[in-house]
Design a protein around this ligand. Sequence first.
Ligand code: THU
Length: 127
Amino acid sequence: MNNTQKLFELAKTSFKNAHCPYSHFAVGAAILSDNGKFYSGCNVENVSYPEGTCAESGAIAAMINDGGKKIAEILILGNGNELITPCGGCRQRICEFATPTTLIHLADMNGVVETLTINDLLPHSFK
Ligand code: THU
């Protein structure tokens, strides 16, 4: 299994575990960090809506908690009518730990559809 396949499998597991009773929109995210380790996360919604967190946030928190410093690759998986792209806040969160060569894979249930860089997603960023 190559890195992208592994990221896809991890994101799928997270997707299945998403807590999204309000939006019914599950998201899974998986990261390959610069330390060679994999991390994943899902969205975790809350009855107090603004307290919900995105899948990318969970995956990034897991990476940082384990000592990872940079995102080599991140895969985001959604199951909507249109390809999922990270929300504005998550673009900034990814940017914090991305490099110009970080691969950002956008996937649907069949696999990766598009791979972008942080400059594609968040040009002229503050960082
Ligand atoms: N969501 C994510 O987890 N990541 C994104 O990049 C976009 C949106 C979640 C937040 C919320 O739980 C649900 O998708 C619907 O917006």
